[in-house]
Design a protein around this ligand. Structure first.
Ligand code: FES
Length: 573
């Protein structure tokens, strides 16, 4: 319980006989005589810990918080016009009788005024944490709908301060975005899941940045989009519906599974569905991984919406394995006994120091070499170790001249997917070791080879020499000191993780899609460094974080489109 002396500029001090009256959450002060405030005048008083603007208009005397909810500017220094007060700093306008914001983003708290014997009494009832949360949820929803990052940040921080769970705050964004993403689950959700995972690992105010990055990732690409209607639950075979590209059936079956089936079994079926094809250039299994990681964070009771949207994304994902350039690899995979490979005993003695170099070969997709490793007892985990190390080396030796060659369609993002997909394939295998997840690991092997397209056309650069030198990793990355950042990451090893997360969250990209990849690659690289025991994934992500990047693709699209429209030639992959 707090009580503070009245602050009332321009008026005499409160007489001793009229101190503020307080109860547990309520503070009342006597402001003074009504006649001392002329119509159209505003005065600030302090009520408990709050500064309150007391405003007299034609309709009476009103009291609202003096601090503008935007950035705290004093409303009594603003302009009063009839029943509206304008904050002069950024022009937000509020009704003085209700606190409603009629121009701007957030309402201002409004307080009780009583006139007794010509004297103004203002009462501030401090809300409980629960009441404050109830007030803030609709405001956060509006902020997400409008993609107002400032409002989202303020409301998220206020909600955290009032004991709201970060998972619940993030869910406001997921609930808004999932049915609005054009093709179901996409980059926004995957990025937001990674940010939420970092949020729940933290305490206190450190949670705010990843949490708001999650909400911003969900809000920005879905702003103004209509929500999709959920399909009616129905019985059926999920994999069959997805294979038949019957998205209505797949989405309905997903809802039935969410309501009735064992979560482990549901996950197995979605992994199987994603593994049937090399889906969406590797995104299919990434989105599956992130959807189930989200459910681990927010609870299975959210599965109805999440799986409905995952079913849509999986149904309509591009089946890259149907394209001619994958024909040979697809035939090799189709001829395999995947069940036998899934159950081949792991040989602890297996060691093939050449496998990574074979995976890095630019001439041919090394499916046969991967299968030989599995048959020799490497196991799927060590095969994926080799894939991760190979893609990491490719990221480390990527020629930046390719990045800024506008006639070249290849770029950073064509390599980063190799690592995030390997991570997702490992998640799938660990979740359900099976023929389906062996196939998924082999798609990761193929994608590892496909990350060599830049090298196929422009040659292979040598692997860089990196000598460890301690340094401020986040600062070096922010300054774009690539060599310094890599030296510091090598010196720090896994201890570099927290600095790299800070760098990934620090708005160092101008476009959403690049921000999404900075976050997703950093998360996958940290996990793969732990899985492989190598610092190469960290170094690879560090190079991407610190290096110059092409972040918008308008020029490249114009060049490709001119060529296509004039000649009918499709762009070079
Ligand atoms: S501080 Fe009031 S509108 Fe910005």
């Amino acid at each position: 319980m707090t009580s503070s002396p009245l602050y009332h500029p321009g008026m005499p001090s409160m007489p001793e006989s009229e101190p503020p009256t307080t109860s547990e959450r309520s503070t009342t002060v006597v402001v003074g005589a009504v006649d001392d405030i002329g119509e159209g005048e505003m005065k600030m008083v302090k009520v408990g810990e709050r500064r309150v603007a007391v405003i007299r208009t034609a309709s009476g005397v009103h009291a609202i918080d003096n601090a503008c909810p935007h950035q705290g500017y004093g409303l009594v220094t603003g302009a009063l016009d009839g029943e509206l007060v304008t904050c002069q700093w950024h022009n937000w306008k509020f009704r003085v009788d209700t606190g409603e914001c009629v121009m701007g983003e957030e309402d201002v708290p409004c307080h009780v005024v009583a006139i007794e014997d010509g004297t103004i009494h203002v009462t501030v009832d401090e809300p409980t944490a629960a009441e404050e949360r109830e007030r803030l949820w609709p405001s956060l929803r509006r902020g997400v709908e409008d993609s107002y990052v400032g409002q989202v940040a303020r409301d998220s921080i206020r909600l955290l301060a009032n004991d709201a769970a970060p998972e619940a705050i993030a869910w406001v964004g997921f609930e808004h975005a999932l049915p609005r993403e054009e093709w179901g689950i996409g980059h926004a959700m995957a990025t937001a899941v990674d940010c939420l995972a970092w949020t729940v690992e933290r305490d206190g105010d450190d949670r705010a940045l990843p949490l708001v990055q999650a909400l911003a990732a969900l809000a920005e690409p879905t702003r103004g989009r209509p929500a999709r209607q959920r399909r009616a639950p129905r019985a059926g075979d999920l994999v069959e519906a997805i294979e038949g590209e019957d998205h209505d059936a797949a989405m309905g079956i997903a809802r039935r599974l969410a309501a009735e089936a064992d979560p482990e079994e549901v996950r197995r079926r979605f992994i199987e569905a994603a593994s049937m094809h090399h889906l969406s250039y590797g995104h299919g299994i990434i989105y599956t991984q992130k959807a189930f990681e989200l459910l681990d964070l927010v609870g299975w009771d959210k599965a109805d919406l999440v799986l409905h949207e995952l079913a849509l994304a999986t149904t309509w994902g591009t089946r890259e394995d149907t394209l001619p350039y994958m024909r040979k690899a697809v035939a090799e995979v189709a001829a395999l006994d995947l069940a036998a490979l899934a159950t081949t005993p792991v040989n602890p003695e297996w060691n093939d120091p050449q496998l990574v170099d074979v995976l890095l070969d630019v001439d041919d997709a090394p499916i046969a070499a991967a299968v030989a490793a599995l048959e020799a007892g490497a196991g799927v985990e060590r095969l994926l170790d080799a894939v991760t190390i190979a893609v990491s080396r490719r990221l480390l030796r990527y020629d930046l001249d390719i990045e800024f060659d506008l006639d070249e369609g290849f770029g950073w993002l064509d390599i980063t997917h190799g690592l995030t997909t390997a991570r997702a394939a490992r998640w799938a295998w660990r979740s359900h070791p099976s023929p389906a997840t062996v196939r998924q690991a082999l798609w990761a092997v193929w994608l590892c080879h496909d990350t060599s397209r830049g090298e196929q056309r422009h040659g292979v650069r040598p692997d860089p020499e990196i000598v460890g030198t301690p340094g401020d990793i986040t600062g070096l990355i922010r300054r774009g000191d690539v060599d310094g950042a890599l030296a510091a990451i090598r010196a720090a090893g896994l201890d570099a993780s927290s600095s790299m997360i800070e760098a990934a969250l620090a708005d160092s990209a101008g476009s959403f899609i690049v921000t999404a990849h900075l976050i997703k690659l950093t998360k996958a690289a940290i996990e793969e460094a732990e899985a492989t025991g190598s610092d190469l994934p960290l170094l690879a992500a560090g190079r991407y974080l610190a290096s110059p990047r092409l972040e918008r693709f308008v020029s490249r699209n114009v060049i490709e489109s001119l060529d296509f429209v004039k000649t009918g030639r499709p762009p070079t992959r």
